[in-house]
Write a protein that binds this ligand. Sequence first.
Ligand code: ZN
Length: 434
Amino acid sequence: MKLKILKTFNIREHSIFIWMILIAIVAAILSTVFSNIKSEQTHQIKSSLDNIYLKKVIKEITSNLEPRYTTLQYVSKSGDTYQSIVNKLSISTDEKKVLLDNILNEKSLKILKINQKFSFKLDNLAKVKIIEFIIETDKKNEIYFSRSETESKFVSKKIKKNFRKNLVYKETIITDSLYNSAIKLGIKPNVIIEFARLYGFQVDFQRDIWKNDSFQIIYEEFINDNNKIVDTGEIIFANLNLQNDDLQLYKYEYEKNKIDYFDENGKSIRKTLMKTPINGARLSSSYGKRKHPILGYTKMHTGTDFAAPKGTPIMASGDGKVSKAGWCGGGGNCVKIKHNSTYQTVYAHMSKFGKGIKKGVRVKQGQIIGYVGSTGMSTGPHLHYEVIENGRKVNSQKLKLPSGKILKGEERKKFEVSKIKIDVLKSNLISKIN
Ligand SMILES: [Zn+2]
């Protein structure tokens, strides 16, 4: 009896556990079922969204709901005029004229600069009409034009953007690529692209940049009230150090609103190739078909010959890197220079090479790379000079390249002042980081 009571008591005690286990099992089953239903529902929604027909319907609905206003943005490029920009808008000729007249009447918009931002707001209701537009005059100011629906003339007002201009100095050693090294420093991609464009006359970025080369840069940054960088401006200074050779460039406003970049000697970085890389020579055979003096048959002469006494110095016709300094068969002792991704030059029949001229060496425009001779297939001392443009031999004497401006006299003095200011700015910015 005593035992029986104990037994019942035991079962009762156990029943709590049994109930707990049962509840747990039920809960587990329920949650599995529920989550299955839920995932089934998500799946259904997803697949119906994937349904092409539905997609099409949604697209049609949204396209029918065209907004009343459209805003068009444009950034001025080289060669643009206010007229060409206005002509890009799909508005009536009369409307274009109104717009252009209003722009041209605005004194602060006299000169259209490159990279000026435009924003036009169009009213699509009834006939297309401009209701307001904004033209940036510089990074900190813009002109806002607006009008009421009934009027044709716009009212303009100057708006000062709440940007602070900040001058940033960055420097680094190039570890992998120039681009990656610059990005790691927090330099915006558009600044890097501009940097590469400026050096494009001198440097072949795919081959000339070596590990442990370095660069320095000063550029403008525009910061809003929330301390966020909203835009970048111009590059003020840059230096690219390639194998211990400094390639510096200074921004200089040589005329009002006309800026260019010059090296430390006031020479524009827009380098051209020399037409005659030799002094005191006479052109003895030009580019084109001719009867070969040794082979005797008519052959294309793919270069220009300059007759000159043996030993006359030959100059590098542009900055670049020596890609060959050695024997070229018929060309005798020859030097080949790669100037950038577009141009290469070849100098043949040399009697000897210039001091230190060998494959891989960087040369400056005008540097002596060799001396006139008559090595290889040649009838007398002369320089055979070739220009290769995108892999094709071209006539060096007909080549149209932008001329490299050299600042002289008063202009040079003004440049020197501007250069000193930039150098002072540079030391100030450097002292701030250290
Ligand atoms: Zn020749």
